[in-house]
Design a binder for this molecule. Sequence first.
Ligand code: ATP
Length: 304
Amino acid sequence: MDQNIVITTQGLTKSYGHVHALQGVTLEVRRGEVFGFLGPNGAGKTTAIRCLLDLIRPNGGTVRVLGLNPQADPLAVRARAGYLPGELRLEDNMTVEGALRFFNRLRNNKAEWNFTRRLAERLDLDLKTPIKNLSKGNKQKVGLVQALMHRPELLLLDEPTLGLDPLIQQETLRLIREAKAEGATVFLSSHILSEVQEITDHVAIIRQGLVVEVAETAALINRALRRARVRFRQPVDSTALANLPGVKILARDDSTGVLIQVEGEMDSLIKTLAAYPVSDFETERPSLEEIFLTYYESSRKEDK
Ligand code: ATP
């Protein structure tokens, strides 16, 4: 396996009875990147992540993680990865510190305790609190600290900022960026598209157990339709604009304003506009949110 590829799956399938959770998932994650795994509820994200650690066995297909086959060598893969599960189970009769020391023992005390304490401080997590008194968000912080504390070369994070307040969400993103800067590869699932847009290099969209799109995050946003709002100094006949390839007039707000949708490059629009008395020109790029809503909505329509 190419040393620069940290995760590959080929035609991964998994069924729970008659539910086909994964229907042939093929993915490739490169060393040192942050890879976002997106999709509506029930699309198969958690199932795929669990297959990477052999926490569940796929029915078919192949998986390689860090050059290893997790089904043949699950402990070796788990020792080199940090995993934040969707639902972390913790023993109620421990404190946060006790739980973290327990996780560390499972990993041969690989984590430096000072680093672990610093992670907890940055997430505003009190080490002395009994697990049974923790709120949902604070349990999520324990999950994050145990995933990061041994500075693993691979992070598998199932919805890392779920239930966290906005400040802690931002701190979590900083921690993920720092892990990447130190060379870690990060594979994360998320429903929060603004954060995916902020931190991922590539994204894959999974829908009904199938990957329907894999793209560089920035390219996906660039490729999407964008809008231009043009204001003319005086009323003009803008029919020539509507005839340009890839250009569609969405609205004319009054005699001097026009909202245009552009597919692809802006070049022909801008050159044509040069002949008009333009007083203002603004472009809007769709957010990742808008792009994904199109995918999610088409999946919902197909479900019906
Ligand atoms: P979410 O965004 O809601 O967390 P997900 O993309 O992580 O969803 P999965 O949890 O992988 O989706 O679930 C994929 C499908 O498999 C769903 O239809 C789910 O109901 C089903 N499923 C998952 N785990 C089990 C299980 N243990 N037994 C039966 N069905 C399951």
